[in-house]
Design a protein around this ligand. Structure first.
Ligand SMILES: C[S@@+](CC[C@H](N)C(=O)[O-])C[C@H]1O[C@@H](n2cnc3c(N)ncnc32)[C@H](O)[C@@H]1O
Length: 247
């Protein structure tokens, strides 16, 4: 299974895979951070928007939202969920917008899909170019130096008479600018079990390196990876929320 297979052939299962994610709380937290750090504007773009759950919440909160993704089947589901929004098929490493934006978001560690430092830099440059002065670029990230290859997240979900088990975990060799997201999906019905295993190539970066890439263009604020409490990063955790205000 390739990256495209999960987000194309299996796009119909994506929302089931994410059923435990609290999209409302995540979106509320970023709206709040945008109120605190942003410029009062309401134009918003979600990078790697997938099936559009965050776009839905931002529209409901009063934003004029749009979404971008590299896989059309994900965008087709997003367009059904958010008929008022504009969605475009683009690579977040080099994206263009038709007018300056007040807020750009990238949830669920998707910024790591820029699968090397050069593409990550290009994404940061594109975001800076697309934002108004004082606009905010939010994303969440994992520090390559804190990845524990033994940790996996597992959850199960039922749809009709089928049971799904999803596993996902980071893998980093300890060297270089590539890490991967290892995923497995098991679909069990009364007569058969199907298993898909996949490894997605992603950029590996330390928070120190990431901050150095951002600071020429943005004032960078880092928070603990907890959308309910929003507390400053403790300089230790390997997962964090980045709120970057365009200079
Ligand atoms: C883990 S999903 C996250 C989707 C959504 N943000 C969410 O929180 O549910 C990652 C998304 O990134 C998209 N993606 C992967 N590489 C991309 C790229 N280079 N540019 C834009 N989207 C990309 C995939 O198609 C997929 O929809």
């Amino acid at each position: 299974m390739s990256v495209n297979a999960l987000y194309t052939d299996l796009s119909g299962y994506y929302d089931l895979m994410c059923v435990d994610i609290d999209y409302q709380t995540q979106s509320n937290a970023i709206c709040r951070l945008h109120q605190l750090f942003g410029n009062d504007g309401t134009t918003h773009l979600d990078l790697a928007c997938g099936t559009g759950p965050h776009v839905r919440h931002f529209i409901d909160a009063g934003y004029i939202s749009s979404g971008l993704d590299i896989n059309q089947p994900m965008l087709d589901i997003a367009a059904t969920r958010c008929p008022e929004a504009h969605f475009s098929l683009q690579d977040m490493s080099h994206f263009e917008v038709s007018e300056p934006l007040d807020l750009i978001t990238c949830f669920l560690y998707s910024i790591h899909y820029t699968d090397g430092i050069e593409k990550l830099k290009a994404c940061i440059t594109s975001a800076r170019r697309a934002l108004t002065t004082g606009g905010v670029f939010y994303f969440n990230a994992v520090d390559k130096e804190k990845i524990d290859n033994g940790l996996f997240v597992k959850h199960t979900a039922k749809q009709a008479d089928e049971e799904f088990t999803f596993h996902s975990g980071w893998h980093y060799s300890g060297q270089g600018e590539k890490q991967s997201l290892r995923l497995s999906i098991e679909k069990a019905s009364t007569d058969a079990t199907q298993i898909w295993n996949d490894e997605h190539p992603m950029v590996a970066v330390s928070f120190m390196e990431l901050t150095a890439l951002l600071t020429p263009y943005f004032e960078v604020h880092v928070f603990e990876h907890n959308y309910e409490t929003i507390t400053p990063w403790d300089n230790v955790s390997g997962n964090a929320i980045f709120v970057c205000v365009k200079r």
